[in-house]
Design a protein around this ligand. Structure first.
Ligand code: SF4
Length: 450
């Protein structure tokens, strides 16, 4: 339940509009605070105590936690809704690959290869697993630390360090601390010993309670100790239990604004199923029902890709279609004699047309007109793919300077704009292309002959 402006205004000084915060009234300032457009330090009359209370009230209901560094940094949490259709889910869950220190060198090498190679370009994105999770199971600390070192040196990926042995856990943290690893598990048994070590070199902490109540007690103690980058595990043993716990945590954080559970979560489908397919299915359910990280025992391309695509679909903002930038794109190595085509900037349209052109092996220019992510026909119906708007785009995008022959191929679905476009774009010949992108396979070879 987000805090309201009227709740916040009660905590402000209420001086006759002094406007020192740059806003006309305290109420206007309160509204700005709630919307994230202002920070508490803009009002010079707030005591430190009130500032701290306001910061707590205004914090997102689920804390944003980062794991890893640089381009491979994973951010989880900061979610605002229970159901995706209410607004959007924001930070896609991380997919982690578990590697036990009891595995053979060959198996470890194979998993490193999978993390490096299983990357899938997908409508302008690069889909991949996000984390590697070395697990201490051998009871041989040196062996575990050697594994952590090997993974640290072989991969840029963020890490989840898993060890019940605190010495091994914090020694592993010292190896890869600059990569901001998640340390797991902190439990009620090791908490007091762990707190000073965590504070020495702060990184995110995965905490495991024996149940939800146990988690609440742990997060409260860690928060009191000033440690807040937490990821929660309610200790769920089965998929059913995990789904129930994940849902409870999400609802408590968002509906009740219950701070002790306002953190992202981690789930272990790797321990919930014995066969690979069931494990992937469990991961897929847990990604829908709110896990911030899912840990898998292994994957193949055929099992990882569907999971990545599902994640993409769930975490794509349903309010905005995926779109690409408005400009002309070079496909192959086009020159001044190459064909010029135009389409809309709905990502799916762009990639279908671009890959059809690539299949012909005829280097071309593909002009992509901004239709606010609508397809060709819908864009035309909405007035965003009309003769006038296309001519304005063609004149400003610079394609005219790149080609000698001024011929523009338009999609067959909007053949009706040919005359309008010829009037609006003097000097260009407008050619009606195929209705579907697949038609380019036969159309383009004939077109370049003419
Ligand atoms: Fe109110 Fe503070 Fe703004 Fe003055 S500076 S109007 S007291 S919020």
């Amino acid at each position: 339940m987000p805090v309201s402006g009227s709740e916040i205004v009660k905590m402000l000084p209420g001086r006759k509009p002094c406007k020192d915060c740059g806003l006309p009234t305290c109420f206007a300032f309160a509204m700005k605070l709630v919307s994230g457009g202002a920070t508490v330090d803009k009002c010079p009359y707030l005591s430190e105590e009130v500032k701290a209370k306001l910061a707590d009230l205004l914090a997102p209901p689920i804390r944003l936690v980062s794991i890893g560094r640089g381009e491979d940094k994973l951010q989880i949490g900061n979610e605002e809704v229970i159901y995706r259709h209410e607004k959007t889910f924001i930070h896609p869950p991380g997919i982690a690959l578990l590697i036990s220190d009891r595995e053979s060198e060959a198996s470890i090498g194979e998993k490193i290869r999978k993390i490096k190679e299983f990357k899938f370009p997908w409508i302008g994105l690069n889909l991949k697993a996000d984390l590697v999770a070395p697990s201490f199971e051998s009871q041989d600390r040196n062996r575990y630390l050697a594994l952590v070192k090997k993974l640290y040196e072989s991969l840029e990926t963020g890490m989840v360090l898993i060890s019940e042995d605190m010495d091994a856990l914090f020694s592993a943290r010292d190896i890869c601390g600059d990569r901001n690893p998640l340390l797991y598990p902190i439990t009620k048994e090791n908490l007091n010993r762990a707190i000073p070590k965590i504070k020495e070199k702060p990184t995110p902490i995965g905490i495991r309670g024996e149940d939800i109540e146990g988690l609440i007690s742990l997060t409260t103690k860690l928060k009191d100790a000033g440690i807040e980058d937490l990821v929660l595990d309610a200790g769920s043993k089965s998929l059913m239990e995990a789904m129930k716990d994940q849902t409870f945590i999400r609802r408590a954080a968002l509906k009740q604004n219950f701070r002790p559970l306002g953190y992202p979560t981690i789930a272990f489908p790797c321990f919930m199923a014995r066969d690979g397919l069931k494990e992937i299915l469990a991961a897929s359910l847990l990604m829908i029902k709110y896990a911030g990280i899912v840990v898998l025992s292994d994957f193949e391309q055929s099992s990882l890709l569907p999971l990545l695509v599902q994640r993409l679909n769930i975490y794509t903002d349903p309010r905005f279609p995926l779109a690409v930038e408005e400009k002309y794109y070079e496909i192959g190595e086009p020159d001044e004699g190459s064909p010029v085509m135009i389409t809309s900037n709905w990502a799916l349209t762009y990639f279908i047309v671009a890959s059809a052109i690539e299949s012909t092996k005829i280097s071309s220019y593909l002009c992509v007109k901004d239709t606010e992510g609508l397809g060709v026909l819908t864009g035309w119906a909405a007035g965003k793919f009309s003769g006038d708007s296309i001519s304005a785009f063609i004149n400003k995008c610079g394609i005219a300077d790149r080609v000698k022959q001024k011929k523009l191929v338009i999609p067959g679905k909007v053949a009706r704009i040919k005359g309008e476009l010829e009037d609006a774009l003097p000097g260009w010949e407008i050619v009606v292309g195929p209705r579907e992108a697949t038609g380019l396979l036969s159309f383009l070879p004939e077109f370049i002959k003419g």
